[in-house]
Design a protein around this ligand. Sequence first.
Ligand code: ADP
Ligand code: MG
Length: 217
Amino acid sequence: MNGKLIVFEGVEGAGKTTQMQLLIHYLRSSSWKICPLVATREPGGTALGVGLRRLLLEPSTGEFVSNRTELLMYAADRAQHVETFLKPELAKGSIILCDRFTDSTIAYQGYGRGLKLSLIKQLNEIATDGLQSDLTFWLDINVETGLTRVRARGGCDRMEQANLEFHQRVQKGFTELAQQNPDRIVRINADRSESEISEEIQAILSHRLENWGYLNN
Ligand SMILES: Nc1ncnc2c1ncn2[C@@H]1O[C@H](COP(=O)(O)OP(=O)(O)O)[C@@H](O)[C@H]1O
Ligand SMILES: [Mg+2]
């Protein structure tokens, strides 16, 4: 059976990384017959991508990065990730958990930076060769709550340093994407305890896994 691509999306501090780790722990310790299970992220899911991630996210060096430069760097990261990691893993039958994917580009570079959505959708199509997530968990959190969490963690990256209005536009992007793609994107109220959120994600994923024909025994 072909694998599945499960994506975590949301603004800074929504809990994507935390919830991915909790889900990996759950899947590894549960009786779901899932093997192999891999975790990855964008940007930075390949060796080339690690370099691009550093260039994209390291706190500003003072050099102005144009919006279109940023967009194309994310697209290059994605094209490499899809071609050399995601597609081969899916062909092997892996369940992939991925921290951010195409919706982040629409939300950040489209709604956030104000680049044309039709252009971004076209670029996503080129970068993914048409690959879409099978299921996306959108961790919906108030922007200020998320940023407070991130700032408490310390060491903000270039995106986390952007102003509040930028992050609010990004949030609007995720909200509209979820409305437009109700089958693919599941909204999760992320303003709860880690364990409450994790239990809901486990329940939703278990249901999907069953529908996809995975065995739980
Ligand atoms: N449900 C939660 N409630 C409170 N704090 C949380 C919750 N989930 C994650 N955190 C904390 O918030 C910070 C950001 O979480 P993280 O998972 O890194 O978010 P993201 O990957 O979406 O930016 C971390 O310090 C994490 O420990
Ligand atoms: Mg994270």
